[in-house]
Design a protein around this ligand. Structure first.
Ligand code: ATR
Length: 277
């Protein structure tokens, strides 16, 4: 008798207890009647190389990677997709049958899919995008905006050198605006994106002046706050189409789930509810 092998996947980070990914993947496993488990794993930087060597031998088909291991995970992989190389970080690892680790980054994909679902009329070519922040999340967003053909991307960040680095890496379409002038930058934008951590539960709100945002702009916040961030609240009052950050988390998980468990899952109202449980 051969024993059936149940595919295992999970998320590696530190801390990882807050992650919504286990609820999300288990919801999809239940919805599609699939066998599998998805496990949160709190792993230190020192242990990461050994853990990544051991998991495939234990029946893991892959893992998601979250803060603070996204850059290191990329370095520890054998094969890397172009988009992960461009972003400089991995959020998804596939453990291949030949023993090699294949790294991908689906954050930018999740960002664009969330925008397409929440603002179906958004036209990437309609005008400039204004991006607040220049951290890891901003890299994924800028890479995806370049990819879908946004003509100009304006970035503003409290620490100017990080924005300059991002602009250098992504070429002529990206321009840096001083943090003190971030409010002016928003006035020209067809798309406004907050990638800073401001507005998260327990953190201060974004203090950039928002009253110049155009009524026709699409406004999205990577931060998900059940009480709504100031950015989305003000944009809603102006009359903009607003898209919250929960959907990005859900959409970025779709390619990995399909690869690991063999079915492409839907992101719908039930998926959102499951991730928030
Ligand atoms: P992530 O990978 O989620 O993007 P990160 O790399 O730590 O995380 O980046 C966090 C972003 O939020 C950065 O753009 C950061 O600005 P700095 O580069 O100046 O640190 C921004 N951020 C965090 N706290 C902030 C604050 N109080 N005011 C302005 N920007 C802030």
């Amino acid at each position: 008798m051969t024993l059936e092998r149940i595919p295992l996947a999970g998320v590696i980070g530190s801390p990882v207890a807050h992650s919504k990914s286990p609820q999300l993947h288990h919801h999809w496993l239940r919805t599609y009647g699939l066998k599998g488990h998805y496990i949160p794993m709190d792993v230190s930087a020192d242990d990461l190389p050994d853990v990544l060597k051991t998991l495939p031998r234990m029946g893991f088909v892959g893992v998601n990677i979250t803060v603070p291991h996204k850059e290191r995970a990329l370095e520890l992989s054998d094969l890397v997709t172009d988009r992960a190389t461009l972003i400089g970080a991995a959020n998804t690892l596939i453990f291949r049958k030949d023993g090699k680790i294949h790294a991908d980054n689906t954050d930018g994909y999740g960002f664009i899919q969330n925008l397409r679902q929440g603002a179906p009329d958004w036209d990437p070519k309609a005008g400039p995008a204004a991006v607040l922040g220049a951290g890891g999340a901003a890299r994924a967003v800028v890479a995806s905006l370049v990819d879908v053909g946004v003509p100009e991307i304006l970035i503003s960040n409290r620490t100017r050198v990080r924005a300059d680095k991002l602009a250098d890496d992504f070429g002529k379409r990206v321009r840096v605006v001083e943090w003190v002038k971030a409010g002016n930058m928003l006035e020209d934008a067809a798309l406004v994106v907050n990638t800073t951590s401001l507005g998260m539960v327990g953190k201060p709100e974004l203090r950039v002046p928002l009253d110049g945002i155009r009524k026709t702009a699409v406004v999205t916040d990577l931060v998900y706050n059940p009480l709504q961030t100031r950015l989305l609240r003000v944009a809603g009052e102006i009359g903009c189409t607003t898209v919250d950050g929960l959907g990005m988390l859900l959409h970025q998980a779709v390619p990995a789930f399909e690869r690991w468990f063999g079915t492409r899952p839907e992101v719908d109202a039930a998926t959102r509810a499951a991730a928030l449980r």
